[in-house]
Ligand binder design. Structure first.
Ligand code: COI
Length: 356
């Protein structure tokens, strides 16, 4: 395994005092991880250095054609005080899935998990302590060749930054209001919807902006072809409890294979729930609502954790779910998932990785 050089900052920043005001992704720790890729040399020079600006040519390819991929993961302060990671190997495997689609040289997944552990160790004191907080970890890769021709980059940077965070949505664990998007689409099969790449999020901004103007937190995307089947919410996968069936859209190439989504399915099945990964149309959701069978709905994501959905607006139809309150399943999932992540509940699945 390559050696990771560590250069500690000479100017450590003050850490946030009031953890109830962390918000999401606005404060960054003292260090970051960097590694370069140069054709012929592969990934090399892994290092932890003080957090700071990265010098880039204005012609850097990522700025022009969006050859960028990223991940979202978290470190938690375990019950014994040690930092814990949640299924980090899954994030690195998904990063390589994104890399493959975007013609980015694959990373050594095991090495990158070790690099992330080393960074978390160096910035360990930045992991907040209060309930509901964590250290958000953002690994990302981007092409830096100074060339305005369209081709895969030959020179890239892999970077990891960390940010102490609270809840992603200002609502916290209170249900969010979601707007069903009918005008814009996010991705189509054959595109890049299953990857975590900047362009997918750029494609969502306009719809997100319009939804916010109408007082909705996020948009629910429908499929890009028939505008009928449910895909995902802006920053999370989505689940509906219809009668005794928990339904989530199947992974068919246009939505993200969320790690919280997978863990949710595994937890629910371990408790005996019937979980279906299948196509589900917005008409089916509306019909279930009209018949009183739409028991609850929630989103899942690393940033969003488990986020109950209290209202869906589809055209003129407003569906208030579970009286706009958090449902039983959402609460149970939130308690168990965060309990495992924070080392408070026994981890029967072997999901949690301690940072030594
Ligand atoms: C995550 O949940 O980690 C994400 O990447 C969503 C995000 C764009 C904040």
């Amino acid at each position: 395994m390559q050696e990771i050089k560590i250069e500690l900052t000479k100017n450590p920043k003050a850490k946030p005092q009031d953890e109830s005001k962390l918000g999401f992704g606005q404060i960054f720790t003292d260090h970051m991880f960097l590694m370069n890729y140069d054709e012929g040399e592969g990934w090399h020079n892994p290092r932890i250095v003080p957090f700071g600006p990265i010098e880039l040519s204005p012609a850097a390819m990522c700025l022009h054609y969006g050859q960028e991929v990223f991940e979202g993961m978290k470190a938690y302060r375990g019950a014994n005080g040690k930092p814990l990671l949640f299924r980090p190997e899954k994030n690195m495997a998904r990063l390589n899935l994104s890399n493959e689609r975007l013609c980015i040289p694959l990373i050594d997944e095991e090495f990158c998990v070790e690099a992330i552990k080393a960074l978390v160790k160096v910035d360990e004191d930045w992991i907040p302590k209060s309930e509901g907080t964590s250290l958000y970890i953002r690994p990302f890769i981007f092409g830096i060749d100074p060339h305005v021709g369209v081709h895969p980059a030959h020179h890239l940077i892999f970077c990891v930054i960390c940010s102490p965070v609270g809840a992603y949505y200002p609502e916290g664990l209170n249900p969010v209001k979601i707007y069903v998007e009918q005008k814009y689409v996010r991705a189509v099969r054959g595109g890049m919807g299953f990857t975590k790449t900047a362009g997918n999020y750029a494609a969502s901004l306009k719809a997100q902006d319009e939804a916010e103007k109408q007082n909705y937190t996020q948009v629910l995307w429908l499929d890009g072809v028939e505008r009928k089947y449910i895909e995902e919410v802006g920053t999370m996968n989505v689940f509906f409890v219809i009668g005794d069936e928990v339904v989530t859209p199947a992974l068919q190439g246009s939505i993200l294979g969320g790690i919280t989504r997978l863990s949710t399915i595994e937890l629910l099945r371990s408790w005996g729930y019937k979980v279906s990964e299948r196509q589900i149309s917005i008409d089916e959701v509306a019909k279930a609502y009209d018949e009183g069978k739409l028991v609850e709905s929630f989103g899942t994501g690393t940033a969003a954790v488990i986020s109950p959905i209290g209202e869906l607006k589809w055209g003129d139809k407003i569906m208030t779910i579970n009286n706009g309150e958090i449902g039983e399943i959402s609460q149970k999932l939130y308690d168990n998932l965060t309990g495992i992540q924070w080392g408070k509940i026994e981890d029967k699945f072997g999901w949690v990785v301690e940072v030594e």
